[in-house]
Ligand binder design. Sequence first.
Ligand code: ZN
Ligand code: ZN
Length: 414
Amino acid sequence: MKPNGHPIVVNGRNYKAPERPTVVICLDGSEPGYIERAIDAGVAPTFARFMKDGAHVHATSVIPSFTNPNNLSIITGRPPSVHGIAGNYFYDTANDAEVMMNDPKFLRAPTILAGVHDAGFKVAAVTAKDKLRTLLSHGLDYASGRAIAFSSEKANQATKADNGIDNVLDFVGLPLPEVYSAGLSEFVFAAGVKLVRHHRPDLMYLSTTDYIQHKVGLGTRIANDFYAMIDGYLAQLDELGCNIVATADHGMNDKYLPDGKPDVLYLQDVMDGWAGKGETRVILPITDPYVAHHGALGSFATIYTRPGRSVDRLLGQLRGMTGIDLALTRDDACARFELPADRIGDIVVISSKHKVLGTSRDRHDLSGLTEPLRSHGGLTEERVPVIANRKIALPPGHALRNFDAFDVALNRVQ
Ligand code: ZN
Ligand code: ZN
């Protein structure tokens, strides 16, 4: 409860005020099994203890099972139809431009973090990549002295005015990590522990990057080392008396052929063949400036067609293709996945477990793919873990979503 005894209301959902430091964590790309395999290898005793004495359940992510839509859903407690972020890119038909959605001006809902901050509490957010920090920290007032938000990527550039903290590298005690590294995520946790020790935020959000999960599968030495690293920081946060709830933005699957080459369906080439060149535009909302680890290839695409053009024939053809799990009209996709209709094309296409969708073959630079492709975006990456260090009480039959994480952390911990 707030000092006046009322719950904090954000986007129509009620949250109890934090009674002890509460930490919500998004373990980017944590396909179910990564943590279990690290436990089996004997390197994740804290996770093992949380899952035994606290809570471990599965939830579903937002579709597209990409990073930004899910992080924004987690921090607003609502699907993309409410917060507006349906991917990294959408096509602005009025201006004939592909627009990147990593600016807070595209965000249509306040965050739970800002709501709790506005109610008078101390909050903090640490992300791996800076593009996410700008969205997740939207609405925080650093002049209040009760808000801190920065990214590992640009930790060296943090200022009191823009981040509520400066000299972050000295504070965390680690050098600035490489963007493509496990160190980018380790810095998030190291910073989180320091923040709890020295600033004691009432509510904190930590969000890592899926560099490791794109690179290697469950149970590999590299993956186990990564979760062992996280495990050590979780032990410290637990020791500091935090309520901890960890979930993921999406899972991760192999997306390559027996010869190790990515299994890609180049959708723009297919569309050009069926409808004629210039008749359709395929948008891949996974595209972002950091494509080296996935080549902008994921299992979700949206297709814009000329205004007034019927999509029935294209839908029928798409549904007949192997490797396509779903082809839906905009209306059906927005109803089923709670997406913002003005940021989705006329058709939504989702590929199968081991297949990814591209635009045209010549538009993808796959030279950065040093490992067989692993990626996400589809229905086959929507199952994610929810793990807490204390027992949680869920209403019977509740279909848990990853964006219930703050509700679990603030309202459901016993
Ligand atoms: Zn992600
Ligand atoms: Zn990813």
